[in-house]
Design a protein around this ligand. Structure first.
Ligand code: FAD
Length: 546
């Protein structure tokens, strides 16, 4: 009995001690010669993330002054051998949800501070950009736009790092055409778990290249990435329509992603029991039919919003404005635009005709057609606008019990029938995204795991749980997530989690399925001491006493 009590005290105090910066770590890192610096005191930021639920204090934070700092640090920890419990986590923008970029008692590498990897855009027939693994996509976009170029595949939010999203997949409404972000990378520079600095691509060190893409940070720290670019559109027509019938909504989404000539971005979201929905939209969208739209009532209803965009260029936008004016203004204006360049006059109807033709194929509720025209940058950076609003109300840095699922197409209706309106009775705590993706645009040599069907849906429950509004909101949201996961299990829906979170290795094995063997093999090759990304909780560093 006494023995068990002692063991209990050791375990509990031991786990508390893990949260205190270990003075032994500072002396063990003393021999390291680096360009940047290691901080042992100001480490609390590295114990936070967007999820706001997990706080694991590291012993040190590395602010790398160069790529060699990252390599030297990992090499040093590797050299300490299996007798050391030190681990290393790359931290991008810290927008993980459950401590995935944290390292309990270990070293966190602040990738955003990485110096010596400036963003370089290469024009030409197949343009690309070389950027630091710690660069924010938003900053990379700004640099590319100076050259009239932009990456092809996006996330909905741009204030995430290249290394952070490439370690997952990076998906948004362009993925049906271009694949996820991990399908748009030519080359990576990586520091492996042994501290080697390697270049890799489909031709060179291909196994490491594919391992790292979607690899949850397990095989190396991405210090640089070469990303495919395309000519950047200047403007987008941004359209939203509503459905009350789930089958029509998803059939239309699937039809749109199957067409060659289609919208440039296709997403969707679920709205449950929202008051004054269309009135809220009016601040940024114009209703096609204002009178009918004002009569539309969303209260108590389950609705499905299809959201899409069509890119067009500035000249067309100007002509469109002029055409609008032509209909509404006096003769002098009429005279000024009487002879616009012929090519532009011909292009305008084509763009619009294409949009009109696509809209005419859809079965949405006619009074709910809303449109807007914004710059490409404004569209891509749209979530940041919400971030600014939420921050001003103190609603950004709150717990985020998010759940992201990839549901096979053949079971999406069963899923919707049980979850929307039954398990989830309103969508007031955050958006619920739902849109289709296609397996053929994903490369099965990467580490990303998706369902085994050509079409599958991302269903993302993006809840916020501010304690100011309701003390139980976090608990309720977590229970709701559990009910959704339990339902999938009981109904035999072979879904996969996106941004997966598991705590036990057997759950990870189930997640990877028959790809687990390869995943574990790659871990053994590139990070044999299990040093990297411990916050994913896939592999546990085993400490052996000598
Ligand atoms: P971090 O949270 O810092 O790190 C994530 C993981 O990657 C950790 O395990 C970390 O150790 C590892 N890592 C970080 N940098 C590197 C590196 N250079 N090399 C190797 N490993 C590294 N995802 C989508 O796909 N589509 C979306 O539309 C989308 N929208 C989002 C919107 C918001 C508001 C938020 C908060 C997240 C969203 N995400 C989306 C999820 C996002 O892609 C992931 O959470 C991503 O990991 C965050 O990037 P980060 O730079 O903050 O990474």
């Amino acid at each position: 009995m006494h023995y068990f009590l002692e063991l209990f005290v050791v375990l509990v105090l031991g786990s508390v001690a893990m949260h205190v910066s270990d003075p032994g770590v500072a002396s063990s890192l003393e021999p390291l010669r680096i360009d940047g610096n290691l901080s042992f005191h100001d480490v609390s930021l590295a114990a936070r993330d967007f999820g706001n639920r997990y706080r694991l204090l590291p012993s040190a934070v590395l602010h790398p002054g160069s790529v060699s700092d990252v390599a030297a640090t990992v090499r040093h920890v590797f050299g300490m051998g299996s007798g050391s419990k030190l681990t290393v986590a790359a931290r991008g923008h810290g927008h993980s949800l459950q401590g995935q970029a944290q390292a309990d008692g270990g070293i966190v590498v602040r990738m955003e501070n990485l110096r010596g990897c400036e963003t370089k855009v290469h024009d030409g027939e197949q343009p690309y950009v070389d950027a630091s693994g710690g660069a924010l996509w938003f900053n990379v976009l700004l640099e590319c736009l100076k050259h009239g170029l932009a990456p092809k595949s996006w996330t909905d939010y741009l204030h995430l790092t290249i290394g952070g999203t490439l370690s997952n997949a990076g998906i948004s409404g362009q993925a049906f055409r271009h694949g996820p972000q991990i399908s748009n990378v030519h080359q990576l520079e990586i520091v492996t778990g042994k501290g080697e600095l390697l270049n890799c691509s489909a031709e060179e060190n291909a196994d490491l290249f594919y391992a790292a893409l979607g690899g949850l940070g397990q095989f190396g720290i991405i210090t640089r990435a070469r990303i495919a670019l395309e000519p950047a559109p200047k403007m987008v027509k941004w359209i939203r329509v509503l459905y009350s019938d789930f089958a029509s909504f998803t059939e239309d989404q699937e039809m749109l992603i199957s067409l060659k000539e289609t919208f440039d971005y296709i997403e969707g979201f679920v709205i449950i029991n929202r008051t004054g929905l269309l009135n809220n939209w009016r601040s940024s969208f114009n209703p096609q039919n204002p009178v009918q739209a004002s009569e539309f009532d969303s209260d108590g209803r389950i609705l499905f919003c299809l959201e899409m965009t069509k890119n067009f260029d500035q000249d067309t936008a100007e002509i469109m404005n002029q055409v609008k004016l032509l209909h509404t203004t006096s003769p002098p204006m009429h005279v000024r635009i009487r002879s616009p360049p012929r090519s532009l006059v011909i292009r305008l109807p084509l763009w619009l005709q294409q949009v009109e033709a696509l809209l005419s194929k859809l079965r949405y509720i006619p009074s709910t057609l809303f449109q807007s025209e914004v710059s490409y940058l404004e569209f891509l950076d749209r979530v940041h606008v919400s971030e600014v609003k939420l921050r001003s109300k103190g609603l950004w840095e709150v717990p985020h019990p998010w759940l992201n699922l990839l549901i096979p197409r053949t079971r999406i209706r069963d899923f919707a029938a049980e979850v929307f309106g039954k398990i989830l009775q309103d969508s007031n705590n955050g958006p619920v995204l739902l849109y289709p993706l296609n397996k053929s645009k994903w490369d099965n040599r990467t580490s990303a795991v998706i369902p085994d069907e050509e079409i599958f849906y991302l269903v993302a429950f993006l809840s916020s749980a501010p304690s100011s509004s309701d003390h139980d909101s976090l608990d309720r949201a977590l229970k709701q997530n559990d009910r959704i996961l339990d339902f999938c299990k009981q109904a035999g829906i072979r879904m996969k989690q996106y941004l997966p979170y598991y705590t036990m290795q057997e759950e990870w094995r189930a997640h990877f399925g028959d790809r687990w063997v390869d995943f574990a093999r790659r871990k053994g090759v590139y990070d044999p001491l299990y040093i990297l990304a411990p916050g994913q909780r896939i592999f546990q560093k085993a400490v052996r006493s000598s």
